[in-house]
Design a protein around this ligand. Structure first.
Ligand code: KG4
Ligand code: ZN
Length: 341
């Protein structure tokens, strides 16, 4: 698609606790981001130690008009310039998704332009295509977020095979639950990472499914191991070194991911490796995967930190590639809280 006025896409993301609106413009080199407004709800959920769905929906409702207007203003475009409107269809919290989908459909209907419902997990992966111009194929992508841990082999940008998924908790969910148990704060991932910077990986924790022949992950046993470790320490009247525990837990998550990705790299011999999702914002994970990619002499592609956690820019990027193929969805499309890739 060349650089023309009609290729402007507005995307809305309201699947969890960030209200976000973004605008991309089609260029000969791919989607160019003109605006990405993220209104975080972290302050509202913090005191509950996790996302409260009812509060999330209400905050999205309060923010939605404002973030769309701010995105248009920042991009210096008007509603009449838009070629299509997209929103996250799922997975996510039903009441939260409904706010973004209803807004996007209403705009598409009133402007008489195409509407697209985008898979949130696909959005995380497409964050890479927003910032990296040429990603060689085939590639392997590890998506690690609060709700997902998926290892996927892509023969090209559209065709893929899911190699493995988590059997229980997602990697980010493990960070959130452990942070909550250790009272480190919310959201859990950045809180654990911060605590871990002053600690050492010196506590023995499990790497689940290490020797199983598949590419699946499991993190609920690791969470239990952390809880048992604290119980045992307390029973013996010993202090828990929170920094060491955070560093050991963080490394156990990273190693569990690395073991399966390493095996997939050896067996599938891809030309590149991608990371996506909120947990990919973790610095230790980023450096460890950089070394893993170097072992196989392939490049590692990572979204910048702000496109790892939830944002509408990634939804706009995914929508852009669907529009390139002339695709759109009917306005009768419903939200899908459990939508899979
Ligand atoms: O992708 P995301 O924003 O939302 C979902 O789609 O789930 O991911 C949020 C998850 C949370 O579980 C959060 O604790 C985790 O990503 N996360 C991190 C870091 N930043 C966010 N986990 C580890 N280290 C981080 N720096
Ligand atoms: Zn997400």
């Amino acid at each position: 698609m060349t650089d023309f006025k009609g290729s402007l896409i507005l995307a809305i993301e309201t699947s969890c606790d960030e209200s976000s609106a973004a605008i991309v413009k089609g260029t000969a080199k791919g989607p160019k981001l003109l605006a990405n407004i993220v209104a975080s709800q972290v302050d509202w959920h913090e005191e509950f130690g996790g996302v409260v769905p009812e509060i999330a929906s209400r905050q999205h409702l309060r923010a939605i008009d404002r973030i769309i207007l701010r995105a248009l203003k920042e991009a210096e475009v008007s509603l009449a310039d838009l070629e299509a409107v997209a929103a996250t269809q799922g997975p996510g919290l039903v009441g939260a998704l409904l706010v973004g989908m209803a807004a996007a459909k209403a705009l598409a209907f009133s402007l008489n332009i195409p509407f697209l419902g985008i898979n949130h997990v696909a959005g995380h992966i497409y964050a890479n295509f927003l910032v990296h111009e040429k990603i060689p194929t085939p590639f392997i992508c590890l998506t690690v977020s609060g709700g997902h841990t998926d290892l996927i082999y892509f023969t090209d940008q559209r065709n893929y095979k899911i190699l493995g998924r988590t059997r229980d908790d997602a990697a980010g969910e493990a960070f959130d639950k452990v942070a909550r148990y250790l009272e480190l704060g919310y959201p859990g991932g950045p809180a654990v990472e911060k605590m871990a910077t002053n600690g050492a990986d010196n506590i023995n924790l499990p790497r689940a499914l290490e020797n199983s022949p598949d590419y699946d992950f499991s993190f609920s046993g690791l969470k239990t191991a952390v809880i048992n470790y604290v119980h045992n320490k307390k029973q013996r009247g010993e202090e828990v070194d929170l920094a060491d525990l955070a560093a050991s837990f963080q490394q156990a998550v990273i190693d569990s991911l690395k073991i399966k990705v390493d095996k997939a790299l050896a067996n599938y011999q891809p030309q590149a490796m991608l990371l996506a999702g909120g947990v990919a914002a973790n610095q230790k994970l980023r450096t460890d995967f950089q070394s893993l990619a170097a072992n196989y002499d392939i490049p590692l592609f990572l979204p910048p930190l702000e496109y790892c956690t939830d944002n509408a820019a990634m939804i706009a990027a995914a929508a852009y590639y669907r529009r390139l193929r002339g695709e759109s969805d009917p306005l009768s499309q419903e939200v899908e809280p459990t939508l899979k890739l």
